[in-house]
Design a protein around this ligand. Sequence first.
Ligand code: ME8
Length: 518
Amino acid sequence: MTAPSRPPFYITTAIAYPNGAPHIGHAYEYISTDALARFKRLDGFDVFFMTGTDEHGLKMQQTAAKEGIDVRDLAARNSDVFQAMDKVLNVSYDRFIRTTDADHELASKAIWERMVASGDIYLDTYAGWYSVRDEAFYTEAETTLQEDGSRISTETGTPVVWTEESTYFFRLSSYQDRLLALYESQPDFIAPATRRNEIVSFVSGGLKDLSVSRTTFDWGVPVPGDPDHVMYVWVDALTNYLTGVGFPDTDSESYRTYWPADLHIIGKDISRFHTVYWPAFLMSAGLELPKRVFVHGFLYNKGEKMSKSVGNVVDPLALVEEYGLDAVRYFLLREISYGQDGNYSHDAIVTRMNADLSNELGNLAQRSLSMVAKNCDGQVPTPGAFTDADTALLAQADALLTKVRAEFDVQAIHLGLEAIWHVLGETNRYFSAQEPWVLRKTDPARMATVLYVTLEVVRIVGILVQPVMPDAADKILSVLGQRAESRQFADIPTRIVAGTPLPAPAPVFPRYVEPEKD
Ligand code: ME8
């Protein structure tokens, strides 16, 4: 008999514009998607996780011109910076795609040709407002006239310029009914529900055909059969999700395995592109639609939008340097309700580090393990009969996987972590109430049982926090003597084995101490 094959799971981040260095918003998206990808791997799925850089378009071309360098050099330089950041953040992607990769040009041309074959592409003249910063077209009604006579996009506040040129159009207007039917029949296609409602109301208001090529610059994928045009950057950008799994070879093993994507993770400013344009392009191309688009919120610095002019842009690498990677990962995923906007501040990070990580988890592990080291020959002790308190606590820890999985399945990462920390709170109360340090003298056999139960909960928690804090969880599981092969979610029900030799305990989460001010 062959082993049952692991179910596939294809998850993506948005691909970033490498027109500058990555900021904390990018880091947040990569860390959160990484936690979801790691969770699925540990839960027995065959995960394909893709991220990358979106290198074409006018924004890139103009930034390069401003810097006086070739746009290819700008893209390559910053794409490398994004990849280096992914390494530092421990982002476990399977492919880092660059839209300048050769296979991506092929895929973009192929989807274009399919849309042509469906009769959805026609040539006309575009006249309207364009925001280079957003790489988006706006109707006059979507813009606001400024006192100085210039215009901005009302929604995003970015400057728009009048654009008039011969372009190809995509018949988006004819997809209104099919899109509304999609949102109706697959209510989980867009999450959270507030985002879904926004999109349903936008599409219900009617859709205009979309300009999908440009002739006034050439930094993009040439339109098949009409090289005076390059594709609108969003056509090529969205197609990256297909390129990554082998499109246009729809017979390839990777395409058949991973498409349609299970989950696109994006930020709130690009939901229209992913939940209106993207499914319409795919319907036109006769390709299956992704199963779900999850829209996360924006990160703000103490409530303020980060901007270069305000000078409050936070370099994610500086945060990692200051607090340590896993503390930053935990903070972002625990503090912010995934799907809503969030804030970060020094005080909030330090509170999470000291209260949740150092006190609730680190101390519990450290106290129980040092008692075991001193009193149980450095081995997992042999428990006696379990009392009601032991059984109740173990039952809570055993129930965690189902609970946390249910939360991660709907991307409620913060609630999954809350459930784990709830059990940690219970375990700390149990440890204090049982007073194993007193039992050491009065009833060493009972002490051994209490320590066994505590180590068992810490093991289960250690396994479950791996997606969020891979390095710290590795340390916890190592001090519990758990081999690398027994750290999958499927290993949770197998109790920690009495007699397992334990290495000398080492603290995993040091408290954050404010540096002395001079
Ligand atoms: O939009 N907080 O690229 P991008 C949280 N190339 N997330 C944020 C954020 C913030 N302050 N600022 C940006 C693009 N993001 C396109 C995507 S996908 C086919 C093409 C998120 O570099 C943003 O919402 O401007 C997006 O999901 C990602 O970072 C990349 O943004």
